[in-house]
Design a protein around this ligand. Structure first.
Ligand code: 3HC
Length: 399
């Protein structure tokens, strides 16, 4: 079964990823000769580096103050130096890349850009304001892309003169490593915008999957549901190490709390809040996670890679601890339920797209076939949803 799941995963990343279901005719794509990035935080800086490296066009970052801009451009330059140090690029190439990425305090610098992506604070009002400001400066056909983790692309475009040029363009941390790009079509997005987004995604060497404009799209919806169960178990009194290692047997690239630290507790909290608002019966928001964010902690772990003692105190007080096995089953059952609902809602075309997204966007392993073959193999899909996701033989030994 593991071999079959691995072959299935290989076929997904080699074949299905190359012909994205639902992408419009590529001849509709418009050329992109200059890129604007709104924000100069860690995500925005990673995007600037990627666009400069793959598109080889000028990339301008904007932010509110010079210090943030300097930090953003500085990050790009440092990463270029690392590539040079590893021998991945030549000294000439490094100089050229550094020259392509600049910072500007005003959005006027976007005037001749064809593609502007925002990676600012996750707040609908803030993002709408950003797009309205950008629209004042750019041409009528410049694509406005959002790297939102969970907000509605349709709502973000509402109120613009040209809502048809807005598209979701959702990357995964670390951007340089994870190959997935979720492309989100809003209610008004036109084919030329979508085709341009797919063409840019391809030049960035990302595997693009078209996803519905549904809360948190695919990967964040599943990661949030899954992490929500693990965190809830910790809230209820399960020792943090037990909760965090309960899923080790799945062979995921990181434990849930290490992932929380990579994404950042504030972003994770934000996505959890959006999901609770959308689906209050299934998604909760951990008060302890909110306290962790309020305390300004980078995550559960301290610099010594041990649970931070202050964080441990925050989580004290739960009175119904679970065993590791109980946490594992709870998280897997939640995933099975959520995947079935996503397929019923048409968030993606098929279980194959869920698996493709989890392999490429969250590094989930080949031997689980992403996740649905594993849920089928362990009987959890049938137990929770009444049927398998994939027929026997698709990603398992034929019956
Ligand atoms: N930036 C750039 N490159 C990085 C990096 C980073 N932060 N972290 C690791 N890398 C590179 C390393 O340099 C190395 O490259 P090399 O082979 O060229 O030297 C390569 O990645 C592998 O690194 P390591 O061997 O150190 O580490 P691992 O093999 O353990 O992989 C990992 C690290 C890629 C982070 C892996 O653990 C992983 O895939 N984790 C899952 C992350 C995940 O789920 N992300 C999605 C989060 S959701 C999200 O981002 C959406 C947002 O909206 C919230």
């Amino acid at each position: 079964d593991e071999l079959r799941a691995g072959l299935y995963a290989f076929d997904l990343v080699q074949r299905r990823a190359k012909r994205p279901a639902g992408a419009p005719d590529r001849s509709l794509a418009r050329p992109v000769t200059k890129v604007g990035v709104v924000g100069a935080g860690l995500m925005a800086s990673q995007l600037a580096l990627l666009f400069a490296r793959r598109l080889e066009v000028p990339v301008v970052l904007t932010d509110l103050d010079q210090a943030r801009l300097d930090k953003g451009v500085g990050y790009v330059h440092a990463e270029v130096d690392k590539l040079l140090g590893k021998g991945r690029i030549s000294a000439d190439h490094a100089n050229r890349l550094k020259g392509l990425v600049t910072g500007s305090l005003t959005k006027d610098a976007f005037a001749d850009a064809d593609f502007v992506i925002e990676a600012v604070f996750e707040d609908l009002g803030v993002k709408q304001k950003v797009f309205a400001e950008v629209e004042e400066v750019v041409s009528g056909t410049c694509v406005l892309a959002t790297n939102t983790s969970s907000l509605s692309v349709t709502d973000m475009a509402a109120g613009l003169r040209h809502p048809e040029r807005v598209v979701g363009f959702h990357f995964f941390n670390p951007v340089a490593v994870l190959p997935l790009l979720e492309i989100v079509r809003g209610a008004a997005t036109d084919d030329a915008t979508l085709a341009t987004a797919f063409a840019v995604g391809k030049t960035l060497k990302k595997s693009c999957v078209l996803v519905k404009d549904a809360p948190a799209f695919v990967v964040n919806r599943l990661l949030t549901r899954f992490m929500g169960e693990v965190t809830a178990a910790a809230d209820e009194g399960t020792p943090l190490e037990v909760a965090d290692h309960a899923l080790d047997s799945l062979g995921l690239p990181m434990t849930p709390f290490a992932l929380l630290q990579l994404v950042g507790p504030a972003v994770a909290l934000h996505v959890a809040e959006t999901m609770r608002a959308a689906f209050p019966d299934r998604f909760g928001v951990s008060e302890n996670l909110a306290k962790l964010v309020a305390a300004g902690k980078p995550g559960m772990y301290g610099p010594d890679l041990q649970i931070d003692p202050e964080v441990r105190t925050l989580f004290e007080g739960g009175s119904s601890p679970s065993t590791a096995e109980e946490v594992r089953l709870r998280a897997l059952r939640a995933l099975a339920q959520e995947i079935r609902l996503m397929l019923d809602e048409g968030v993606v075309a098929a279980p194959q797209d869920i698996d493709l997204c989890m392999i490429l966007g969250a590094g989930w392993p080949f031997h689980t076939g992403g996740i649905t073959p594993y849920l089928d193999r362990t009987g959890i899909s049938e137990e929770v949803t009444g049927s398998r996701f994939l027929e026997p033989g698709v990603a398992s030994v034929p019956a």
